[in-house]
Design a protein around this ligand. Structure first.
Ligand SMILES: C[S@@+](CC[C@H](N)C(=O)[O-])C[C@H]1O[C@@H](n2cnc3c(N)ncnc32)[C@H](O)[C@@H]1O
Length: 395
C-alpha cells in the first residue's frame, strides 16, 4: 500500500498515533484474512491489506445500508462477526474524528476538559456503542487534555454481543494503563439500560457523560426507546447531577431536523448547549423550513481509510454530522455573554459581483438571530459549518 498522501489541509484533525495503533492491533486480532494467507509470516501492514481485500465488499454493503432511510435499519449484514470488521474498517475512525472535532471545539469555546477536572470520577455511558468509537475518542482527549480522573466507569451498551465484545477489546487494547477503570458491558436496549442507570446512586464527585453515536437515527421512530432516553435525561436533571449528553449522527436534512428538536427537548429540561450553538435560545433555524443545522470538520484519514474510501468511490476528508453537546449546570456553568461569536450554519456557493472576482456570504447563527455575513472575498479555503466565523473582510 502507498504511504499517506500529503493532507489537503494540514490543520485538519489527525487522530493520535496511539488510537491508530490500537485500531490496527485490534483489526489484526479480530479480523479474518483470506484462505491461504499466512498471518504469522506477514508484517502488520500486509495483514491489514489482506483484511481490507477480504472485507471491503462488506464495508460497501454496510455503506449502502447506512445510506438508506436510517430508521429502517434493522439487521446489518446478518453476520455479527463480519459486521464488526466491516464497521471497524469503514466507520470507526471517521466517527472518532467527528466526535473529537466536536469535543475539541467545545473545549476551545468552554474549556470542557477543565470542567471534567472538577470530578474525581467520570462515568462514561456509550449507548449503542458499536465498536466503541465515542468512548475511545473521549478517553483519548481526556488524557491529551490531562483531565484523567481518579477513576473511570465505562458502561458499554448495545443490543449486539459481538459489538460489545469488540468495543471492550479495543478499549482494553488502547487504555490498559488507565488507572481504576471499570468496563461494564450490557447487552441491553436503551429502555433497560435507562432503568439500570437511574437505580444507581451518584454523588457530587461524579460526572456522567452520555454518548450517543449514530444511535438516535436508529431509535427515532421507536417510541419506547425514545421515551426511555428522554425520561433518563429528565430524571438526571431532577437529581441535580453533573452530566453531559453528547451525540454525533447523520447530517441528512430529515435527521438533522430531528436532532434540532432533540436539542430543544434537552434545553427545555434545563441543559445548556455547549455545541454547536453559541447561545441557549430556541433554534432560529426552525423559522425557515429550507434551513437545517449540521456540522462539518476535516480530518487526515490514515492510508488504510483512503484505500477503503477509494474502493467505495467516496471522498471523506470532510465529514458532515449532526453533532451536539449539552450539559447540566452542575458540570459547566456557561456564561453566554462571553460568547459573542457567530456560528457558521450555511456556506452558500460563490456568486459573481459583476467585477473580476467572486464574493459570497456565510449564513451565521448568533444569540440574536440568523444573519448573513458581510461579503467575503471568494477563496478556496472555506470555513466550515459549526466553526466560529472569522470575519476576513476586516483584514
Ligand atoms: C451505527 S452503529 C453506531 C456505533 C457507534 N456508536 C459509532 O458511533 O460508531 C449503531 C449501534 O447501535 C446499536 N443499537 C441500535 N439500536 C439499539 C437499541 N435500541 N439499543 C441498544 N443498541 C442499539 C447497534 O447494534 C449498533 O451497534
Amino acid at each position: 500500500m502507498k504511504p499517506n498522501p500529503k493532507p489537503s489541509n494540514p490543520d485538519a484533525l489527525k487522530l493520535s498515533t496511539d488510537l491508530l495503533k490500537g485500531w490496527r492491533r485490534s483489526l489484526i486480532k479480530l479480523g479474518k484474512v483470506p484462505r491461504g494467507f499466512n498471518k504469522k509470516a506477514a508484517a502488520s501492514d500486509q495483514i491489514i491489506d489482506a483484511l481490507i481485500r477480504e472485507s471491503r465488499s462488506d464495508v460497501a454493503q454496510l455503506w449502502s445500508i447506512f445510506n438508506q432511510e436510517r430508521s429502517q435499519i434493522g439487521q446489518y449484514l446478518n453476520s455479527p462477526k463480519r459486521e464488526v470488521i466491516a464497521y471497524l474498517l469503514g466507520f470507526h475512525l471517521p466517527n472518532i474524528a467527528r466526535y473529537q472535532a466536536m469535543l475539541i471545539r467545545s473545549h476551545q469555546r468552554h474549556q470542557l476538559f477543565d470542567g471534567f477536572k472538577n470530578f474525581s470520577h467520570i462515568h462514561l455511558v456509550d449507548l449503542g456503542c458499536g465498536t466503541g468509537a465515542l468512548t475511545l475518542g473521549m478517553l483519548d482527549l481526556i488524557s491529551r487534555f490531562k483531565a484523567t480522573p481518579k477513576s473511570v466507569t465505562i458502561d458499554l451498551v448495545d443490543r449486539q454481543k459481538e459489538f460489545l465484545n469488540s468495543a471492550k477489546a479495543i478499549i482494553e487494547e488502547n487504555f490498559s494503563h488507565l488507572p481504576n477503570k471499570r468496563i461494564i458491558t450490557g447487552r441491553l436496549f436503551v429502555k433497560e439500560y435507562a432503568e439500570k442507570l437511574l437505580a444507581q446512586d451518584f454523588d457530587k464527585s461524579s460526572c456522567i457523560v452520555i454518548q450517543l453515536g449514530y444511535l438516535l437515527n436508529e431509535i427515532q421512530r421507536n417510541p419506547k426507546e425514545m421515551k426511555a432516553l428522554c425520561m433518563m435525561i429528565e430524571q438526571l436533571i431532577k437529581k441535580q447531577l453533573a452530566f453531559a449528553v453528547t451525540s454525533i449522527d447523520s447530517s441528512v436534512p430529515s435527521h438533522a431536523k430531528f436532532m434540532m428538536n432533540f436539542r430543544e427537548f434537552c434545553r427545555d429540561q434545563g441543559l445548556q448547549t455547549v455545541y454547536p450553538c453559541n447561545h441557549n435560545n430556541p433554534c432560529p433555524m426552525f423559522k425557515d423550513d429550507r434551513d437545517w443545522c449540521y456540522s462539518e470538520s476535516e480530518w487526515q484519514p490514515p492510508r488504510e481509510q483512503l484505500a477503503i474510501d477509494k474502493y467505495l468511490d467516496i471522498e471523506r476528508r470532510r465529514l458532515g454530522s449532526s453533532s451536539y453537546m449539552l450539559v447540566s449546570p452542575q458540570l459547566l456553568d456557561i456564561t453566554w455573554i462571553k460568547q459573542p461569536s457567530q456560528v457558521i450554519v450555511g456556506r452558500p456557493t460563490a456568486q459573481s459581483n459583476g467585477k473580476s472576482h467572486k464574493v459570497f456570504h456565510y449564513l451565521l447563527c448568533s444569540n440574536k438571530a440568523l444573519e448573513k455575513s458581510k461579503q467575503q472575498p471568494h477563496s478556496n479555503k472555506y470555513q466550515l459549518r459549526g466553526e466560529y466565523f472569522k470575519d476576513t473582510t476586516r483584514c
